[in-house]
Ligand binder design. Sequence first.
Ligand code: SF4
Ligand code: SF4
Length: 284
Amino acid sequence: MSDRPLAIAVASGKGGTGKTCVAASLLVTVPGLIGADADVEEPNLSILLGAEPYESSLVETPLPIIDQDRCDRCGECVKACRFGALNMFGDSFPAPNDLCHGCGVCSMVCPKNAITETGKPIGEIRLCRGNGLNIFEGRLHVGMPNPVPVIHATVEAAMAEKRNLVIDCPPGTSCPMVAAVRRADMVVLVTEPTPFGAADLDLALQVIRNLNKPAMIVINRADLGGADIDSLGRRYSVPVAARLPFSRSIAESYARGNPPASMDPQWKEAMLSIWESTERMSGN
Ligand code: SF4
Ligand code: SF4
């Protein structure tokens, strides 16, 4: 048995399945958890939990600066940039645009050592507190194209607390979702039994299998729609951990800003069961 802190990532292939409901419900049910809102393009976990920003720090990525006294406009940096992030028109000097991912390749290939780097703010991490909970909330600045560094920084800041953690992941199955789940001990995939829910869950299960992460499925609004989520889970050897039926009173309460587990015993029981399964599978 080990007592190392555990991290559960709550993800969904599809938006609107109730992912944040599940993350918030875990936080209000299992004592001692902290949260990380890695849905950095639309963070709302702290709103649902009534937590207010307490302090914040910027997230920066490296941005190349061209020394025009050294640059001979050879164009090697422009050719090397796989993101199309350096503009060079006619005999102008290269100039970075918003597509820059801060990978540093341009400065490595420059034969004149004409490229240095400065920090470019692309987002922030807010520590939000309220109702006895601490939430690390990542926020991507408006117009920034790459949320991944903000997601990494948010999860790392929360993990540095060395406490059991719930990560609310971005929806979908692309780089932001992968960035949010990669440090987790367990991935909870929230879905709904509709053809769209099943199709997107299939994609999410493929990603999780490729990452070799233990996972479980939560079927939300389990009595609406007829898609066979159980068979899909069996195909990937991922169990269905909870089936939560639609409830108008829960939906109304959620709309007023209350996590379902704060008012519904079935939700509360499901959250405890998910946490206990995670502890068991992690050897804690
Ligand atoms: S590789 Fe260096 S010298 Fe060549 S265009 Fe880019 S900055 Fe200028
Ligand atoms: S740091 Fe990377 S992404 Fe940015 S301009 Fe240089 S090569 Fe392109």
